[in-house]
Design a protein around this ligand. Sequence first.
Ligand code: BG6
Length: 484
Amino acid sequence: ALKDNTIIVVLGASGDLAKKKTFPALFGLFRQGFLPRDVKIVGYARTKMDKAEYHKRATSYLKNPNDDPEITQAVEKFKSISTYVSGSYDEGEAFAALNAHLEEIESHYASKEANRLFYFALPPSVFVPVAKNLREQCYVTTGINRVIVEKPFGKDTASAAELLKSLKEYWTEDETFRIDHYLGKEMVKNLLVLRFANIALGAAWDKNYISNVQITFKEPFGTEGRGGYFDEFGMIRDVLQNHLLQVLSILTMERPVSFSAEDIRDEKVKVLRAIPPVAKEDTLLGQYVAANGKPGYLDDDTVPPGSVCPTFAATTLWIHNPRWEGVPFILKAGKALNEAKVEVRIQFKDVTQGIFKDIARNELVIRIQPSEAVYMKINAKTPGLYTRAMPTEMDLTYKRRFSDAKIPEAYEALILDALKGDHSNFVRHDELDVAWKIFTPILHWIEGKSGQRPRPVPYPYGSRGPKELDPFIQKYGFKRADAS
Ligand code: BG6
């Protein structure tokens, strides 16, 4: 349940993440009446700003394209519950001043009890000092304290363990909500329902019926000025190790004993533990080059000259358990590709016996974005006076089927969960550790820790990816269906 008296503190309030994601999500929840009744939102950052300037910044990404008066009014109300405090991230006194501000707000609440939710929209270099200062200066004893933290959670197994250990000194696992925003996406949440609320799908969900699975992330733009950050992390850390692996774990885990956060996360950890580290033989790395009037990765001024950082990565994972032994799971992600798309494609095995031969395989496609959809490629009789099988689709496109439904933004869903104290869609410490163990050896190899750094293969900006991709996928048994 929500607590009427709640203060949400956004740390890093003048940064990009806060402006683009956190404030729009808070506003979305506020406008729809989902935030606690007497909620107040406090921004904190180093930049000195007066209230007007802060309000301008915090609302700069709120959308109101048609000047809807209802939205304009809601923006004004949102401003009226929003205040700002500036201060450093490493000085106790600055946080004491923040605390004084929070206490002042709370003194207007009728009851003494108030919850505080601290949202870290911060660079990782200040995670630990902020965690410490908040715990020492801004921790209430009359209500519940919670922190939301964002990736990157370290760079490999060892650094992630180190970070977890440092943060644990100040905040318990129960108080900590580690965001992977893919867990807030509607179609990712849908996986649990599709799998466990449909006996027909559930029955075919294993190595006996499934040939191969692809989880694909495509973006149509490059680093565009964000090269400094990206080059340090690369495609695997940016998307595969977190977002795509989360999708994989929900797709493949056993049925949880209950809906509880721990039961769900126990199953996710269990299946991830059955995955050995990615082998270099199962990896394809690419980097985009200039094409179609667009710059290559190395043309971005924020990228170090000659960088061999992959902007495209495909890796195949194997799950050693009775359900999945021998089924390849191909995770692939790239920047500067031909389209924006995130999808799961489950390809079933051939119909090998009986009266039909050379027919297309069944495929179940779950399109996470854009245009959420679930569709199944099936064979049906070609209409007419003869019997011939033809590939076609059973199509659940959300825009058509649920045309009135508003699909929540991932960040809205997750912030609401954190306010309620529900950990189901947040990353547990042991989950993080196993996820790093799967990718750390390949990351170290890519970074040249065991010899020469591998060179990514080039692919043109705006293409489908490296030309080596099709043979790579086919190697794992994927057969191109003739229907689109
Ligand atoms: C972030 C990555 O975690 O996810 C970005 O750092 C990426 O590089 C983004 O663009 C994708 O998120 P979404 O919600 O747009 O798919």
